[in-house]
Ligand binder design. Structure first.
Ligand SMILES: [Zn+2]
Length: 137
């Protein structure tokens, strides 16, 4: 998950958390769950050659989890990604959170097998790989 207090979160905060409240409202109003799912499909195509399983992507209230995004797995199979509607306030940040969660989907199995932290070396390598791809486009 993309924890608010993590290094990941902190690195995005200054860039994405200055949006004014009216803009936040209009982003939420304009961005339905089918749009979030479209972002995921785009990232799956662009960064993973369409190899990730399809999952639903919903707006949710992740205040209790203190997270921007969470991906739910059932016995290792991802079935739902949630983005926090209070703190994910722009399309660019939504895309960043979905990229992060997508790397969890891509590396969950391998990280578990290697007994790594979910944000350990396998996950970090995934993030670096898709970031490089985006930079080379
Ligand atoms: Zn995470």
């Amino acid at each position: 998950m993309a924890l608010r207090g993590s290094t990941y979160a902190a690195s995005f905060r200054h860039r994405n958390f200055v949006s004014a409240r009216p803009e936040h409202r209009s982003f939420l109003n304009q961005t339905g769950q089918e749009d979030l799912h479209g972002f995921y499909q785009q990232i799956n195509q662009d960064s993973f050659d369409g190899k990730l399983p399809d999952v639903r992507v919903n707006w949710g209230d992740l205040t209790a989890a203190d997270a921007y995004g969470i991906t739910h797995f059932d016995r290792g199979t991802p079935y739902l990604m949630e983005l926090d509607r209070e703190t994910v306030r722009s399309e660019s940040f939504a895309l960043d959170v979905i990229r992060h969660e997508s790397c969890h989907i891509a590396t969950n199995h391998e990280a578990k097998q290697r007994n790594e932290d979910p944000h350990g070396p396998t996950f970090t390598a995934c993030m670096a790989r898709i970031q490089n791809r985006a930079d080379n486009d």
